[in-house]
Design a protein around this ligand. Structure first.
Ligand code: ATP
Length: 448
């Protein structure tokens, strides 16, 4: 199958090969998305969906204005509908610019989809993006399901987000552009080796390609095998789970212990997820499994997170919501951070650290693996936040400067990493950081 046939096959699978359908084409003016646009324009009229080009000018580079103007003219010339958005410099955050820009972009795509009644937004992610993402995730660690890679489509804004170029390598995109005279712009920041992705693109992938030039298709094969394995695993867990549960949802420890060793952890994880309605981090899972195994010394209860605990009685373990201890949380209390979960830390504040921004006001923030485990706790004397320029400010001074009344200061909570460094004085100030290995979003919901 030729790359163009593979492209058409993906469009057909997404159900967008029809003039009755409108699609939004995300065009950055780089080679990938300019080729995507051209390939769509080349489709026969009987199959070509209605195209709406969406472009965000991030105002991050001097050249971005030229790019937006070029694309506008191109669309005019080819009678294409275009929607442009400007991400104003005044809206750029101090750090986490890349993640915030991405958030802005996808919000804009949502708006364009809704305004035009489009069924899908198409992006130009390709096979090299896939391998780079795979290698970055491999290095960063986490749940193995992440290694299945960028999905060819996923639900998005009431429709879907489709990546029809996932079979194309960067080299094939460049060749197509050269052969069909596609004009595009090179993003100078792609040369910046401060960015992890660029280092992987420029140094790691070429090196691996010398080991085997078929690297891209081998990674794609691994991803397919992994996806199949995970689907089989999920099926097995779904079969085993009812055999270890009571009618009311408790875990029957003796039955669970009879499950083959390698299935005990996945079954326990599935049970816990089902009972508490949330994902439990891999980091916390192992100690919980160790607690759940029969032992004379284990305590009767163990906390899963701020809201749930496990209670053992004889052969049954139940997951139960933690009873509220009075109105106020104890000031000395520490709460372990659970990624992607809202956690109530005071009577008025619910906070969370998320991999996708849960609210429009979430703050992008950099973390490293060394930061984990993170905790929420009340601030103490000696706590300091990092400032732009390398200095620090004590939390005490910060609260005085922000005129927080003395009686409310005790209630102020901080987010602290494994080294005891304050990353966020909740509701007051973020520590200054410009790098890390993981972008997250710090979010706060306030009830007065
Ligand atoms: N400024 C932009 N305007 C419109 N579309 C864009 C813009 N930047 C990127 N895109 C679209 O998103 C695709 C992926 O680009 P890139 O990898 O830079 O973004 P990303 O959204 O951060 O990717 P990921 O989803 O992997 O995080 C591009 O091929 C293009 O289709």
């Amino acid at each position: 199958m030729t790359p163009i046939q593979k492209f058409n096959r993906r469009l057909a699978a997404a159900g967008v090969l029809s003039p009755q359908v409108t699609v939004v084409v995300a065009v950055s003016t780089g080679v990938d998305s300019m080729v995507l646009l051209r390939l769509l324009q080349q489709l026969p009229v009987t199959e070509r969906p209605q195209l709406v080009v969406a472009h965000v000018n991030h105002h991050l580079r001097a050249q971005s204005q030229t790019e937006a103007v070029y694309l506008q003219r191109y669309c005019q010339k080819h009678q294409l509908n275009i929607k442009l958005a400007d991400w104003q410099v005044t809206d750029h955050p101090e750090h986490g610019v890349e993640a915030a820009g991405r958030q802005f972009r996808y919000r804009f795509f949502t708006k364009v989809m809704q305004a035009t009644g489009a069924k899908a937004v198409l992006t130009a992610h390709h096979a090299n993006d896939q391998v780079e993402t795979y290698l970055m995730k491999l290095a960063r660690g986490g749940d193995i399901a992440q290694l299945t890679g960028i999905a060819d489509s996923r639900p998005f804004a009431g429709g879907q987000l489709v990546r029809p170029l996932l079979d194309w390598s960067k080299a094939e995109l460049r060749d197509y552009a050269a052969q069909h005279d596609v004009t595009y712009f090179e993003d100078a920041t792609n040369q910046d080796v401060q960015l992890t992705r660029n280092r992987i693109r420029q140094r790691v992938v070429p090196e691996l390609m010398t080991v085997n030039p078929r690297l891209l298709s081998h990674v794609a094969d691994y991803q397919q095998q992994l996806a199949d394995l995970l689907a089989a695993k999920q099926q097995m867990v779904a079969t085993l789970l009812p055999t270890v549960m009571t009618k009311t949802g408790g875990l029957i420890v003796s039955q669970w212990q009879r499950v083959p060793d390698q299935w005990q952890l996945p079954v326990f994880k599935a049970w816990l997820t089902e009972r508490t309605g949330g994902l439990v981090s891999e980091l916390k899972l192992k100690p919980l499994v160790a607690w759940a195994r029969p032992s004379s010394s284990a305590s009767r209860t163990v906390a899963v997170n701020a809201s749930w605990e496990l209670q053992r009685s004889a052969d049954i373990i139940e997951a139960a919501p933690i009873k509220k201890r009075g109105k106020k949380l104890m000031p000395q209390e520490k709460i372990m951070v659970d990624l992607n979960q809202w956690q109530k830390i005071t009577t008025t504040q619910t906070v969370g650290i998320f991999t996708q921004a849960p609210t429009a006001t979430s703050q992008p923030f950099w973390l490293t693996t060394a930061d984990w485990p993170l905790v929420w706790r009340p601030w103490r004397s000696g706590d300091r936040v990092a400032l732009k320029g390398g200095g620090h400010q004590t939390v005490r001074r910060l609260l005085i400067n922000q005129k927080v009344p003395a009686e409310r200061r005790d209630q102020v909570q901080v987010l602290v990493n494994a080294q005891g460094e304050v990353l966020w004085v909740v509701g007051h100030k973020y520590s200054y950081r410009t790098t890390g290995t993981q972008t997250v979003f710090l979010a706060l919901k306030h009830k007065s």
